[in-house]
Design a protein around this ligand. Structure first.
Ligand code: PEP
Ligand code: MN
Length: 447
C-alpha cells in the first residue's frame, strides 16, 4: 500500500470518490491481476522528461513559447505500425513549423499518442436495430465491432495497451533521431493525399513551409534546428484510472508521477466537483490539463484551479477551453477575468474541435471547418483583448487523407462523409485542413 501524502492522497485515493464513465468489468479478480502486473512493468516515460515539459509549459504561460497538441481522437491498437506512427509524428512536426512561423515563437509539440486508447462517451450504450450493446470505449477497454463479445470490457486489453504504447513511443523516439529532411518531408505527405486538385490552399502552405524550414536552418544551424524542431511529448486523457494508477510511480524526489505519459488531461465528462478523476490528478507532479466547457462557472473554475494546484506552480496547469464557436465570445471573457483576478497561473489552450461537433449525413459525426476556424480566431482575439494570451492549440488531426470534417478549400461536402472516414470516434482535420486553419489565422504579434 502506497504511503499517503500529507494531504491524504495516494495513487488509489480516487477510489473513495464517485467515478463517472466507470468501466464495469465482469471479473474483478482478473482486473486486479492486470493492475498488479502493470504495476511491475517499467514506466514509459521518465520523471525528468515530465519536469522538462512542465518547464516548457511554464514558458508558454509567460508568452515565450507556443504549444501544439494534436492527434487522433481515439488511437487504435491496429495503428501501431511504422507507417501510421511516422505519418502522425511527421504531420504534427510539419504543422508545428507553420505554427511557429505564424506565432513567431518556439514550439513544443505534444501528440495525442502512445496511450490515447480510452474514450469517454455521451451515450454509454449503442443501439443498432433491435440490439443494444455497451458503447465502444476505446481499445484499452473493448473492441469497436458491434458484437456482444467485442464490446465486453476485457481487462487484458490494458496490458495490450501498455505494450502498444511502449512500442509506439519507442518508434517515435527513434524517428526523432532521424534527419530533418526526412522528418519534414512535406512533399511526401502531400503526394500521398488523394485527389490533389482539392489542395489549392495546400500549395501555398507548402511554400510557406519550405521558407520556414530554410529560415530555421539558416538562423539556428543544423544541430540546434534539430533539437528545437523535434522536441516531442506524449499525452492522453487520464480516463481509465486503474491503468493510470498502475503506472504512477514515486520518483527519487519523493513526488508521484504518472509515467505512462508526459501530459495527462481530464476530459469534460469527468471533471465534476469532487470527481475521482480530479482526485487522481491532484496528487501527481505531471503538468496536467483540464478541459473547460461552456457549462463551467468562472468561480468554480477558480476554486478548482486553487484546489488542484495549491502552490500555484507555473507550468503545472493548462486549461483547454472548448466552448464552440457560438459560445466562446459569451463564456471566455468572464473566465479569463476570474483567473486574472485570483492571480492564478495557467496556460490557456484552445480546442476548437469538441464544442463544434455535429451529426452530418448518414449519422456521421462531423465538424464544420468554418466553425473550427471561427472559434480558434476568436480565442486568440478574446485573450488579447483581455490582456491574456492563448499559448496553445489542441487539435484532432491526422496525416491521412480523410474526409471527416466538412468545408475548407478541401471542400468536403456532407454527402461525401462516408468516402474517407476512418476515425473510431470524433472527426479529425486532415493535414490540408489543419494547414489551412493555421494559414488563415490573423494574429497581431507582440512587438
Ligand atoms: C477528447 O478530447 O477526445 C474529448 C472527449 O474531449 P472533451 O472531454 O473536451 O469532450
Ligand atoms: Mn475527441
Amino acid at each position: 500500500m502506497a504511503q499517503r501524502t500529507a494531504d491524504g492522497w495516494t495513487p488509489d485515493s480516487w477510489k473513495t470518490k464517485p467515478v463517472s464513465q466507470q468501466i464495469k468489468y465482469g471479473d474483478p479478480q482478473a482486473l486486479q491481476q492486470v493492475v498488479e502486473k502493470l504495476c511491475q512493468l517499467p514506466p514509459l516515460v521518465s520523471s525528468s522528461e515530465v519536469d522538462a515539459l512542465k518547464a516548457r509549459i511554464a514558458e508558454a504561460q509567460s508568452g515565450q513559447r507556443f504549444i501544439v497538441q494534436g492527434g487522433d481522437c481515439a488511437e487504435s491498437f491496429s495503428d501501431c505500425n511504422a507507417d501510421a506512427i511516422s505519418q502522425k509524428v511527421r504531420s504534427l512536426l510539419s504543422l508545428s513549423l507553420l505554427v511557429s512561423q505564424k506565432t513567431q515563437q518556439p514550439i513544443t509539440r505534444i501528440g495525442r499518442i502512445a496511450g490515447q486508447y480510452a474514450k469517454p462517451r455521451s451515450a454509454l450504450t449503442e443501439t443498432q436495430g433491435d440490439t443494444t450493446l455497451t458503447s465502444y470505449r476505446g481499445d484499452l477497454v473493448n473492441h469497436v465491432h458491434f458484437t456482444e463479445s467485442a464490446r465486453n470490457p476485457d481487462p487484458a486489453r490494458m496490458l495490450e495497451g501498455y505494450s502498444y504504447a511502449s512500442l509506439t513511443l519507442n518508434y517515435i523516439r527513434s524517428l526523432l533521431e532521424g534527419e530533418l529532411d526526412e522528418l519534414f518531408n512535406l512533399e511526401q505527405e502531400v503526394s500521398s493525399l488523394k485527389d490533389l486538385s482539392r489542395h489549392k490552399q495546400l500549395h501555398q502552405s507548402l511554400r510557406n513551409f519550405r521558407d520556414a524550414l530554410n529560415l530555421f536552418h539558416q538562423f539556428n544551424g543544423k544541430q540546434t534546428a534539430h533539437k528545437n524542431l523535434t522536441e516531442f511529448y506524449t499525452s492522453h486523457e487520464a480516463l481509465h484510472l486503474h491503468y493510470e494508477q498502475a503506472l504512477t510511480r514515486q520518483a527519487n524526489n519523493g513526488r508521484w508521477y504518472n509515467l505512462s505519459t508526459h501530459f495527462p488531461w481530464v476530459g469534460m465528462r469527468t471533471v465534476q466537483n469532487d470527481s475521482a478523476h480530479l482526485e487522481y490528478l491532484r496528487g501527481i507532479a505531471n503538468p496536467i490539463a483540464i478541459k473547460v466547457g461552456p457549462t463551467v462557472e468562472p468561480k468554480d473554475l477558480v476554486e478548482l484551479c486553487q484546489w488542484i494546484n495549491p502552490e500555484n506552480e507555473p507550468g503545472r496547469l493548462t486549461l483547454i477551453q472548448r466552448f464552440g464557436h457560438q459560445h466562446i465570445a459569451q463564456k471566455l471573457p468572464a473566465m479569463i477575468q476570474a483567473i486574472q483576478a485570483a492571480d492564478i497561473n495557467v496556460l490557456w489552450s484552445c480546442d476548437p474541435m469538441h464544442g463544434n461537433t455535429q451529426v452530418g449525413a448518414n449519422e456521421y459525426k462531423t465538424r464544420d471547418f468554418q466553425h473550427i476556424q471561427s472559434e480558434l480566431q476568436q480565442a486568440f482575439d478574446i485573450h488579447q483583448q483581455h490582456n491574456s494570451h492563448l499559448g496553445a492549440v489542441h487539435l484532432e488531426m491526422t496525416g491521412e487523407a480523410v474526409m471527416e470534417c466538412v468545408g475548407s478549400s478541401y471542400a468536403v461536402e456532407h454527402q461525401e462523409l462516408g468516402k474517407a472516414y476512418t476515425s473510431l470516434v470524433d472527426p479529425r482535420l486532415n493535414l490540408s485542413q489543419a494547414f489551412e486553419l493555421i494559414d488563415n489565422l490573423k494574429l497581431s504579434l507582440a512587438e
